[in-house]
Design a binder for this molecule. Structure first.
Ligand SMILES: Cc1cc2nc3c(=O)[nH]c(=O)nc-3n(C[C@H](O)[C@H](O)[C@H](O)COP(=O)(O)OP(=O)(O)OC[C@H]3O[C@@H](n4cnc5c(N)ncnc54)[C@H](O)[C@@H]3O)c2cc1C
Length: 282
């Protein structure tokens, strides 16, 4: 196996595109575990650790750019990620355990596209955009469009994520992430990420995304629409939760059966909405 430590995005692209089976190495939390387990054996590893621009966080008037090599720990600690953007901070704060949060990165979470993980769910709820660098330059793409199947993204060969843009969202919008796991630090059985904007007691805008219940983060426009314009009464939440449960394609595994996961969706949604609502009034 070959190994490179390029010091710029351009040099990383050259290394990635010089080999048929080259992979980026970010935190290594999952990639190295998969290599150790003999599940993958890349011909070339391109470490992103020496590329300064991938670690930067830049504020703009309408949002924040986060470098792909920002760790979960960095995101969890950044108090600028407030309002709607808090959904990403909340997910980063709660997921896994400190060792993983210290190692694993934003870009690695996107590249891995593991349906059990939570950062992708939160990024889709936040309407995040990814900047992708490739042999033909850089392009911006909604993060939602990157997830096409379990462990599969729409990134083309030789492309990687350089940074992610989180829009600030409407004034007064609140982002919230809620996970349900068998024990602390385990992957969640179900997770819910949402961004909620209330006007008085009425839901003005909401974007709900469910994790661990489909090959990709589950976002259903009809579920959002079922909540918008309502006072988020129990029947509204049950209606939206029912739509999401119906659209879900969960698996049976050690963390819960598909049936159990479907049952949890409306309950977690109700809890997440009421917690977000409380925070909106603080
Ligand atoms: C024991 C364990 C427990 C975990 N528990 C949870 C949990 O409870 N909740 C949760 O949400 N997540 C959990 N995770 C996943 C974790 O949050 C990360 O998503 C994951 O480890 C990948 O991050 P990484 O930076 O280590 O990526 P790596 O392991 O380095 O890479 C993962 C994949 O992404 C690709 N990649 C890396 N960087 C980029 C980039 N910039 N652009 C495109 N592709 C890229 C790599 O080539 C590789 O294919 C857990 C992981 C482990 C190992």
């Amino acid at each position: 196996m070959r190994y490179a430590e390029p010091e710029s995005v351009e040099a990383a692209l050259l290394a990635l595109n010089a080999h048929e089976d080259a992979r980026c190495l970010a935190g290594g939390a999952s990639l190295v575990a998969m290599m150790n387990a003999g599940r993958i054996a890349p011909e070339m590893l391109v470490s992103l650790h020496r590329i300064p621009e991938l670690f930067t966080i830049t504020e703009a008037s309408d949002g924040i750019w986060l470098g792909a090599m920002c760790t979960h720990r960095t995101l969890a600690a950044d108090t600028r990620l407030g309002g709607a953007m808090e959904v990403v901070r909340g997910a980063a704060r709660q997921l896994a355990h400190p060792a993983i949060r210290n190692m694993a990165t934003l870009g690695g979470s996107i590249g891995l596209a593991d349906p059990r993980t939570e950062l992708p769910v939160a990024l889709v709820a936040a309407s995040a955009l990814a900047e992708v660098a490739g042999p033909h330059g850089r392009r911006s793409v909604p993060v939602e469009a990157l997830f096409v199947d379990s462990h599969r993204t729409s990134l083309q060969r030789g492309e990687f994520v350089t940074r992610v843009f989180l829009p600030r969202g409407a004034a007064g919008a609140v982002g919230h992430h809620l996970r349900f796991s068998r024990v602390a630090a385990d992957y969640p059985t179900v997770s819910v990420s949402l961004v909620l904007h209330m006007e008085g007691d009425t839901c003005q805008q909401v974007r709900v995304v469910v994790g661990s219940c489909a090959p990709v983060p589950l976002h259903l426009d009809a579920a959002d629409q079922r909540l918008i314009g309502t006072r988020l009464e129990a029947e509204d939440v049950a209606g939206a939760g029912g739509l999401l449960a119906q659209a879900a394609a969960p698996i049976d595994d050690v963390r819960g059966s598909a049936e159990y996961r479907r049952m949890l969706i409306p309950r977690l949604l109700g809890r997440a909405l009421s917690q977000a609502r409380e925070r909106a009034h603080v």
